[in-house]
Design a protein around this ligand. Sequence first.
Ligand code: NAP
Length: 249
Amino acid sequence: MTKIALVTGGGRGIGRAVALLLARHDYDVCVNYLSNDVAAEQVKLEIEALGQRCMLYKADVSDEQQVVAMFNSIDEHLGKLSALVNNAALMLPQLTIESVNQERLTQMFSSNVNSYFLCAREAVLRMAFKHGGEGGAIVNVSSLAALTGSPNEYLDYAATKGAIDTLTTGLAREMSREGVRVNGVRPGLIYTDMHADGGEAGRVDRVKENLPLGRGGTPEEVAEAIYFLLSEKSAFSTGDSINVSGGLN
Ligand code: NAP
């Protein structure tokens, strides 16, 4: 039977690679994105060329009303959701603690943490046995920065990912008898547009020699770990996280 997945931030980067990999594994996919219509339309074309249904949904996942409307639309147009990939997040230009301010923290935590909680809530309301659901799987895309703290660069971003690791641990336990597995993936340095948003487009190449494997990773390599954690091949895993970080840990 075809499964139905939502990938937040599925228009570009890691989310795009996940959406395409899921389609290759017979999922119909809702691709959420924020503003880049052209990139999202391209993903839709590629998913449909694989013979799967694709629904695009432009919404800011840090906004509760938009999140609720998106899940209701999935119910209506695709059917019963069985997989959520909480992936959409942002990184802002490098700073140290002296430059942190309320506005930036609110934006960062709203985009990277509130959004994961809101989407997880809506997914649980559809998947958990106690709500009449048939189970499912959630993967939270965290970051290796949750473990390193990303000093002198992205301390605030790293802290949002620490919060996501805690969400993975706690929600997995809340859902352990409800048929919903919750796991995480911590990518390391991956070639995507996010580094330009973080103020340094060439960052992966600048620091890749510090990684044991000596290279940056691809979105496709991260997508494989996410797919594994959504699939029945990881049926005995919940509350776990996989680093996809070239040996840095
Ligand atoms: P990316 O290339 O910058 O793509 C981000 C995607 O998220 C885009 O599709 C964007 O939409 C969407 N998005 C951003 N904010 C959103 C919001 N509020 N609501 C809805 N959609 C939103 O990012 P990426 O590098 O693939 O990162 C994906 C995940 O991996 C993130 O959680 C990130 O923290 C994590 N990660 C990345 C790296 C890395 O090296 N790249 C390392 C560790 C962890 P538009 O296309 O419309 O702009």
